[in-house]
Design a protein around this ligand. Structure first.
Ligand code: ATP
Ligand code: MG
Length: 753
């Protein structure tokens, strides 16, 4: 059980102690209209978890009240997901459709009590009559129908005598209720379509608000746990059960905050769109945030459960950083998976002074992993290394093979480059090398110093494998849908080379490919002839520098890539100390700067022009560092002074951070001064409220529906309005000021109304 109790556990314990409930019965009630996603995993974790923690049970119930969208294939996917996550539902899978007759009987009872009526208003009039948050609604003239007439109409609705939309059944509650949900909510509507389980038996289907509470009651559920959007529906839940005066005990609804993850869409509807548009290869595409997708990619159920546990159960919505999920899978796999070698982008190396071949002893696990096991690694004269592990003209701090710098072959010998062979186009196609017989790993008496160890495979024994590299499906932090897809989310490598032991002995396992990440043999496409491996996750968070906002991210242990992390020199250490202690840089940024003399000198020059250590460090360690690495000619197009000028504009709130990045790209291209670029392109940040206010007004006028929702209490929509205003200004408006203005404006509207 978890260390500290969440609010749901507190409620459950209280209810057990007071004797309100003898047994805890929960349910997980998905609608079978799509594959379950990671948000459902959280709901599964909570519902099944609470039942397990308190010796109760949890039902799996398909909420199949909308026949147009539901399908048995989704039922199967939901069952698979629950089982794979390690839970068992009580008895058979249940279906709301199993209770259609009972629910219908309850509706008749309400009609007989005068508490429900058949309404025949058209949709628009019905909406109009509902009123607004500030104005009471008006009851339909049909509410005066006699009980007999209601019963007759309702029965004929059921039989299919009417068109869809002609009539509905409504509860008779209160058309002036402050809670809009209570203004005579719909209980049944006509749907003249076949249901995947009940066929043509029904022409009416109960609404969620009517069916859900009754299904819970029928199943003897004690705690009906749902997400916060249903907070206002609780009143209907209670009204139905209380009005029918059902034999106790009755269930009670409790709400928790739904899971939101950045860079992820979490709505079956939007996911279905991706599947239908063929933006992905089906629901179980390893890039999908579906349970089936994670499973196929190689995630483990333990990692997903650990993630759900870590993010916790709260009463307020928040956004979780996707890197937290990635952390959980790394954390889960690190102590248990074998390390093997696979070359993704091969470059041939011929070791000219080596004859014959041998088998090297190679442990599957590094020293800090308490697991044992090893394989024989063939070594011979012809090997392949990663193309990126050789540089003819290495940039600063390049620790791998160069014409001057030897390198260790992991588990093997040290080699040095003797000759570079190129093709007609000047591409390096082969390295002629020599090896040092005394340098064998574990018995090295050569005295040769190297800065890193690289992975490799022996040419004759290596197996050709397919490797699928996945990256995030969306490139925007809060993606809307298709328009925010990351075009580089899948990269297929057909001719990767793998050491033989992996393919021969261990097919369906997870591995760490040394220095590349964690991989999983694709459960569907893997064959003896064409082994296919999915990348589960990289060794470290390659996105952490690309995002600025990090929410509740766990501290990650530094990944020590064998041989890659060399100790700092005295000078570097002094710099590092100074950067972290005196200038307040975080250790990652300080580390990047301190280890690179060129970079730190650039940084300090910029710092001598502008005293803004943190903002300068961020741009120097990210954008400037990237440019330094990429620029082939040794001179950069920009100076420390220009970068200082750019950062000053951000500090002075003249431009936003986002615009600063754009300006930087322009500086790199043209070498122009940042001020000039900002002026020429009209990028100056708009901070003047008199300029922003008209845009705020415009956005408010254009989105009446969302204004209504905001006024009805959906305060999350503040972000929507701010976003729209920022969009309308091409990101030039000062977000802080927009926030203030939107807030004021929306709240004043409320006062006026
Ligand atoms: P979607 O919009 O993706 O279809 P939904 O809420 O309509 O989601 P259901 O199938 O009705 O999906 O949900 C089944 C259960 O899972 C519900 O109790 C719902 O509250 C819960 N659930 C759905 N999404 C999330 C989420 N993101 N976080 C936590 N629980 C969720
Ligand atoms: Mg839904």
């Amino acid at each position: 059980m978890r260390e500290s109790k969440n609010f749901l556990q507190t409620i459950v314990e209280k209810d057990l102690q007071s004797g309100k409930n003898k047994k805890i019965i929960t349910r997980f009630p998905p609608e079978p209209n799509g594959f379950p996603h990671i948000g459902h995993a959280k709901s599964i974790f909570i519902n099944f978890g609470i039942a397990r923690d308190y010796n109760g049970h949890c039902n799996l119930r398909m909420d199949d009240t909308n026949p147009t969208k539901e399908d048995t294939k989704y039922v199967e996917a939901l069952k698979d997901a629950v089982e794979w996550l390690g839970y068992e539902w009580e008895g058979n899978v249940r279906f709301t459709s199993d209770y259609f007759s009972q629910i219908y009987a309850y509706a008749i009872e309400l009609i007989k009590m005068g508490k429900a009526y058949v309404d025949s208003l058209d949709e628009e009039t019905m909406r109009e009559y509902r009123g607004t948050v500030t104005q009471a609604g008006k009851r339909s003239q049909y509410a005066n129908r006699s009980i007999e007439e209601n019963l007759d109409l309702f029965e004929r609705m059921k039989k299919g005598e009417f068109q869809e939309g002609e009539h509905v059944l409504r509860a008779k509650i209160d058309m002036s209720a402050a809670n809009m949900k209570m203004r005579d909510p719909l209980m049944y509507r006509i749907r003249n379509v076949a249901h995947f389980r009940t066929g043509d038996e029904w022409h009416i289907y109960p609404m969620y608000d009517f069916a859900h509470c009754l299904s819970d009651y029928i199943e003897g559920v004690s705690h009906s746990i749902c997400t916060l959007e249903f907070e206002n529906n609780r009143a209907i839940y209670d009204w139905v059960l209380d009005t029918l005066a059902l034999q106790p005990p009755r269930p009670y609804q409790h709400e928790f905050a739904r899971l939101n993850i950045n860079y992820t869409v979490m709505s079956k509807r939007k996911l279905l769109e991706l599947v239908e548009n063929k933006n992905v290869n089906g629901w179980d595409d390893p890039r999908m945030p579906t349970i089936a997708g994670y499973r196929r990619r190689g995630y483990t159920p333990e990692a997903i459960i650990a993630f759900c546990d870590q993010v916790g159960i709260a009463k307020a919505n928040s956004m979780v950083d996707v890197s937290q999920l990635e952390f959980c899978i790394r954390d889960n796999l690190n102590p248990k998976v074998p390390r093997v070698m696979c070359v993704l982008n091969p470059l041939k190396v011929t070791i000219e002074n080596y004859e014959g071949n041998e088998l090297l002893d190679a442990s599957y696990y590094p020293e800090d992993v308490p697991k044992e096991g090893s394989r024989k690694l063939p070594f011979s004269r012809e090997i392949y290394i990663e193309r990126e592990d050789f540089e003819e003209h290495p940039p600063k701090a390049y620790f791998r093979l160069t014409p001057e710098q030897p390198v260790r072959l992991k588990h093997g010998y040290i080699i040095a480059c003797k000759e570079i062979i190129k093709d007609a186009a000047g591409q390096v196609i082969e390295i002629k090398a020599e090896y040092f017989p005394e340098s064998k790993s574990g018995a090295d008496t050569s005295g040769i110093k190297v800065k890193s160890a690289i992975h490799w495979v022996s040419a004759a024994e290596a197996k050709v494998v397919e490797v699928r590299l996945y990256d995030r499906l969306f490139s925007s932090e809060i993606p809307e849908g298709v328009e925010d897809l990351n075009p580089d989310s899948l990269k297929v490598i057909h001719n990767a080379l793998m050491e033989p032991a992996v393919v021969e002995e261990k097919q369906n396992e997870r591995f760490q490919f040394e220095r590349q990440g964690y991989f999983y043999a694709d459960p569907l496409d893997y064959t003896e002839k064409n082994p296919v491996y999915n990348k589960i996750v990289g060794l470290k968070d390659s996105w952490s520098k690309k995002t600025t906002k990090v929410v509740t991210k766990p501290k990650e242990k530094k990944v020590q890539i064998d041989g890659e992390v060399t100790p700092m020199t005295k000078e570097q250490e002094t710099l590092f100390e100074n950067y972290t202690k005196n200038l307040g840089l975080n250790s990652e940024v300080a580390n990047t700067l301190a280890r690179d003399a060129e970079l730190s000198s650039f940084y300090e020059k910029a710092l001598s022009v502008l005293n803004s250590p943190i903002n300068l460090a961020n741009i120097v360690s990210n954008e400037v560092a990237r440019e330094m690495k990429q620029s082939q000619e040794k001179t950069l197009k920009f100076t420390p002074k220009q970068i200082a000028e750019l950062v000053k504009m951000v500090d002075d709130a003249l431009i936003s951070n986002k615009i600063a990045k754009q300006v930087f790209e322009e500086i790199v291209k043209s070498g122009k001064n940042p001020k000039q670029i900002v002026e020429e392109k009209g990028l100056v940040q708009i901070s003047d409220p008199t300029q922003i206010l008209p845009i705020v007004d415009e956005v408010i006028v254009q989105n009446p529906e969302n204004v209504k929702k905001f006024q009805a209490g959906n305060k999350k929509l503040l972000g929507f309005f701010v976003g729209q205003v920022l969009k309308a200004t091409n990101g030039k408006a000062n977000p802080k000021i927009v926030n203030e203005l939107v807030n004021k404006k929306l709240n004043n509207l409320e006062d006026l109304a």
